[in-house]
Design a protein around this ligand. Structure first.
Ligand code: MG
Length: 388
C-alpha cells in the first residue's frame, strides 16, 4: 500500500514589470511588505505574482504536486501543513483522498474554520493527492473523475489589459481572429466606464462574439439589477459577481430581475458555499476556482450545480499552472461546462515554469497528457522558489 511520507511547501514569487491590474492609480501605494490595495475593487495584491506549491512524497518516492493561492501571507499555508496536516497524514494511503479531505475538514469545522487559508491548504494537499492517485494508477486525472467528456476545453478570454478603448477593441479583435468566441472585461478596471467599453466592443466585434462582465462585488442588489438591465441592450452574456460575497439574497434578487445569466463562485471553498446560492436560484453559472477548492470540492460543486441545471465555468487566476492543470482535467469530465476562463497574460507566461502545460489556441485549451495532473514544475521555476 502506498503511504504518504512527507509533505513540503514552497513559496514561488515571479517578478512582473507592472503589478496585476496595471500601473498604480492615483492614491494607490505599495507598503513596506510589498502590497498595494487596488482602489477600484478594494482588494490587496502583492506587486509580484506569488503562489504556494505543495509536494507530497510517498514512502516509495512517488511525488504528487498541488498548488494554492499565495498572494497574501503565503507562509500561513506552510505553517498549516507543517503543524497540522503532515503529522496527521503520514502513513496514510494517498488513494483515500476524499476521505482524507473530509477528515481534515472535520477536525476544525466546529471552530469555524470553514474557509480561508485552512481550506486553501486543504485544496493544495488535495490536488497533490489526486496527482498521486493518477500517477499510481497510470492514468490522467480525468479518467479518475468520471472520464473524458471532451478532448479540449472551450476557453473565454479574460481581460483586455490595454490603456484605451480602441486598443482594447483591437486586442479583442485579434483574439476573435484566432478563433476565440467569448471575452470578459472587468468593470473595476474600466477607466472610461463599463458601458462605453461594452458598447465599443459590441460595435467593433459584431453580434456573434459573447461579451461578459466581471462586476467585482461592487453593487447593492438594486444598483446591480438596474445597471445589468441597462446593459442588456449590448447583448451582455454573463454578469459576474454583481453583489458582495455574503449577499446571497441580493444575488438572488438580481438573478430574478435580469435576463443576463448571473455567475459567482470564485471565492467559494466548499460545496457548502455553493448549496445555499443554488437553492436560492441566485446563479445560473458557478465559477469554482481550483486553487481554493481542490479537486474533491470542485467536483462536488460541479455535480451539485448540475443537479440544479446550472452550468460550471471555472475561474482561473494567478497561479503557476499546477492547479490550472487540475482545473482542466476536471473540466474535461464535467457535463455542463460552456467555457473555462483563460487568463492569457498569466497562463501563457506559465509555459516556462510548468512542463507539459497544454496550449490554449483557437478558442480552446488542449488537455494535459500523461498520468495524474499531466504537468510538473519545470527546472526554471526553482530559481523563484523558497521552501517553508
Ligand atoms: Mg472575478
Amino acid at each position: 500500500m502506498p503511504k504518504i511520507h512527507r509533505i513540503e511547501t514552497f513559496i514561488v514569487t515571479i517578478p512582473r514589470d507592472t503589478p496585476y491590474l496595471g500601473p498604480l492609480k492615483p492614491g494607490e501605494v505599495v507598503n513596506e511588505r510589498g502590497y498595494l490595495v487596488r482602489k477600484a475593487n478594494r482588494t490587496i495584491y502583492p506587486t509580484q505574482d506569488r503562489s504556494v506549491l505543495v509536494k507530497v512524497t510517498t514512502a516509495s518516492g512517488a511525488v504528487g504536486w498541488g498548488e494554492t493561492y499565495g498572494l497574501t501571507a503565503p507562509k500561513v499555508i506552510g505553517a498549516l501543513v507543517d503543524d497540522l496536516i503532515e503529522p496527521l497524514l503520514r502513513g496514510r494511503d494517498p488513494r483515500d483522498v476524499q476521505v482524507i479531505w473530509e477528515d481534515l475538514y472535520d477536525i476544525l469545522r466546529v471552530r469555524g474554520y470553514q474557509g480561508g487559508f485552512w481550506l486553501d491548504a486543504l485544496a493544495a494537499v488535495d490536488i497533490a493527492l489526486w496527482d498521486l492517485c493518477g500517477k499510481l494508477a497510470g492514468l490522467p486525472l480525468r479518467k479518475l473523475l468520471g472520464g473524458e467528456r471532451r478532448s479540449s476545453v472551450p476557453a473565454y478570454v479574460s481581460g483586455l489589459p490595454r490603456a484605451t478603448i480602441a486598443e482594447k477593441v483591437e486586442l479583442a479583435r485579434d483574439f476573435v481572429d484566432r478563433g476565440f468566441t467569448a471575452i470578459k472585461i472587468a468593470a473595476a478596471v474600466s477607466a472610461d466606464g463599463v458601458e462605453a467599453e461594452l458598447a465599443a466592443l459590441r460595435e467593433g466585434l459584431g453580434p456573434k462574439v459573447r461579451l461578459f462582465i466581471d462586476f467585482h462585488w461592487m453593487y447593492s442588489a438594486g444598483e446591480a439589477a438596474s445597471l445589468i438591465r441597462w446593459l442588456e441592450r449590448y447583448d451582455l452574456g454573463l454578469a459576474e459577481a454583481p453583489c458582495r460575497p455574503e449577499d446571497v439574497e441580493g444575488l438572488a434578487d438580481v438573478a430574478r430581475q435580469v435576463a443576463v445569466p448571473v455567475a459567482a463562485g470564485e471565492e467559494w471553498r466548499t460545496v457548502f458555499d455553493a448549496r445555499p446560492r443554488l437553492a436560492a436560484r441566485a446563479v445560473s453559472i458557478i465559477q469554482p476556482e481550483m486553487g481554493h477548492t481542490g479537486v474533491t470540492q470542485f467536483m462536488r460543486m460541479a455535480q451539485l450545480a448540475q443537479a440544479h441545471h446550472v452550468h460550471t465555468m471555472p475561474h482561473a487566476t494567478i497561479g503557476l499552472g499546477i492547479f490550472m492543470a487540475a482545473s482542466l482535467q476536471a473540466s474535461s469530465s464535467i457535463l455542463d461546462l460552456p467555457f473555462h476562463e483563460y487568463q492569457h497574460s498569466i497562463y501563457d507566461r506559465n509555459a516556462a515554469f510548468v512542463t507539459g502545460q497544454p496550449a490554449c489556441h483557437a478558442g480552446a485549451f488542449d488537455l494535459p497528457q500523461g498520468p495524474g495532473l499531466g504537468v510538473e514544475p519545470a527546472e526554471d521555476l526553482w530559481r523563484y522558489a523558497i521552501k517553508i
